[in-house]
Design a protein around this ligand. Structure first.
Ligand code: ADP
Ligand code: MG
Length: 478
């Protein structure tokens, strides 16, 4: 198989290559919005790697298969009230934000939901580890499972074209199947269109709930574009929480009405952080939408099922078996787990707390939050854990083994670091669509990946909150 190395390019041509490849990335649509106001919007290229990263194809096949199993698992969790209640029992009293979500979920559950159908557009994030026994190949380990506002499925779709171009400019030969096609937003759009069809009113719209400023707007537009190309009648409207607080209401049959539109599907790209809920009005809005007949993407149950606490409990002995009877499937899902540990004050966590304080670099400490920048690593983990270990707040956090990443080499462009070739590691996200009623899975498929690459020394890898760059796999035998 063809092979190449990012170090193989002469430093004096790198500057020109970056300019040309950045221009091409803009042209292909690998963009983010940089203006803080609504209009006129200005874009720049997203951070990207200059070349694709060498990866074993087998890792992708395996991970995509696991993702489909995981979507079924999360669906079953979201429909198991007793289980969710038990998982979150120690979190809710000390985590007001999660408690608010729980109240919304429980209120609508007790009232009886006006809509049975739920859509989840998920992204399951993994990192690659060298095999524990030192043998050839790589293991994949799950970082987290996102059920809410999973981003970058649009912009990543153009990275293959960008990388075909950069390899070509550099004069590196490759075979077409080494740079496989990948267009998650086509699949995600299919899910949104399918949900819109099931709602059963051609005049109803798909509501994209967004923020302003919204760096992700080009990514969202990719989804809208693919919806438009497959079903132009499924029209999209974009609204912020503020706009919806002003202009939304429930109709006689709990239709969600926004200005003059009836909403068929609410697609959340905003609303995952406490910062998005500065007053009661935002929670009230979320409750109103949850109560409505519109299909939610995702429902509050599915949103809550994506909590890190649930991920931790799923990794405990015999828990997967509650949801999945086939032992082969259970084993395959379990193979992607690293150690996940509950943090409680009842003494059951003392051993792991001691271990984490002695070896903080081997752990990550996580709260029930999304969007990057919330976790603790290394020395900071140690001082933070020291500070809260005797407080009630402890139980709203989890501990996780730090994944021992596979290191490789690449050049990271547009992240405020130099373009020199450096030691990097990658995070692989698999996108999926899951459409269901409590009694039936209507759709369950995966629709491609997000590959992000960051310096090995960086802790967090957010595209907007860290040093992460959009990347593509270049398939080789490893
Ligand atoms: P968020 O919901 O804020 O995105 P994540 O759990 O995805 O939180 O963590 C953010 C980032 O931190 C990940 O993208 C990854 O780069 C890093 N990270 C998280 N968990 C681990 C882990 N167990 N080992 C190594 N890195 C991790
Ligand atoms: Mg994440």
């Amino acid at each position: 198989m063809m092979d190449y190395h990012s170090d193989m390019i002469a430093e004096d041509v790198v500057g020109e290559m970056i300019r040309r490849v950045t221009g091409m990335a803009m042209l292909y649509g690998v963009q983010k919005t940089v203006t803080n106001w609504e209009f006129p919007e200005q874009q720049e290229a997203m951070p990207f790697t200059l070349f694709p990263s060498l990866m074993p194809a087998e890792v992708f096949t395996r991970t995509r298969r696991v993702h489909i199993m995981f979507q079924t698992l999360i669906y079953r969790v979201a429909n198991d009230h007793e289980f969710m209640k038990k998982c979150l029992k120690d979190v809710l009293p000390v985590d007001d934000f999660t408690q608010e979500f729980w109240n919304i979920y429980n209120t609508v559950r007790e009232e009886g939901p006006a809509q049975e159908i739920t859509l989840t557009l998920s992204r399951d994030d993994f990192m690659m580890e060298p095999k524990a026994d030192g043998s050839k190949g790589q293991d994949v380990k799950q970082v987290e499972f996102n059920t809410f506002a999973s981003g970058a499925g649009g912009v990543i779709g153009a990275m293959r074209d960008v990388h075909r171009y950069s390899l070509n400019v550099a004069g590196f030969p490759f075979k077409e199947d080494q740079l496989p096609e990948n267009c998650p937003s086509k699949g995600l759009a299919k899910g949104l269109v399918k949900a819109w069809q099931l709602y059963g009113n051609d005049r109803a719209v798909v509501l994209f709930v967004v923020g302003i400023p919204e760096p992700n707007s080009p990514d969202q537009r990719w989804l809208e574009r693919h919806m438009f190309e497959s079903e132009p009648r499924a029209r999209v409207i974009y609204r912020t929480f503020d706009q919806l607080i002003q202009a939304s209401k429930l109709g006689e049959n709990k239709e969600l009405l926004v200005d003059d539109y009836e909403v068929a599907v609410v697609y959340y790209r905003y609303g995952y952080s406490p910062k998005h809920y500065p007053t009661r009005k935002e929670y009230d809005l979320r409750l109103k939408m949850e109560r409505s007949r519109a299909i939610k993407c995702p429902s509050m149950a599915s949103h809550l099922a994506g909590c890190k606490k649930i991920q931790q409990v799923l990794a405990e002995p015999r828990v997967l078996e509650r949801f999945i009877s086939d032992p082969v499937t259970v084993a395959e899902i379990r193979s992607v787990f690293v150690g996940l540990y509950r943090l409680n004050q009842d003494g059951s966590s003392s051993a792991v707390i001691e271990k984490a304080l002695a070896n903080p670099d081997q752990f990550v400490m996580k709260p029930q939050r999304e969007g990057g920048g919330n976790n603790h690593f290394g020395a900071e983990l140690k001082s933070f854990l020291e500070k809260i270990k005797n407080t009630q707040e402890l139980s709203s956090w989890i501990l996780m083994d730090r994944i021992r990443v596979v290191e490789h080499r690449n050049r990271l462009i547009r992240v405020g670091l130099g373009p020199e070739c450096r030691d990097v590691c990658s995070e692989l996200g698999i996108f999926g669509v899951h459409l269901s009623t409590p009694g039936e899975e209507l759709e369950n498929f995966e629709c491609g990946w997000l590959l992000r690459t960051k310096p090995v020394e960086a802790n967090e890898g957010g595209l907007f909150s860290g040093f992460s760059c959009l990347d593509s796999p270049f398939f080789v035998d490893v």
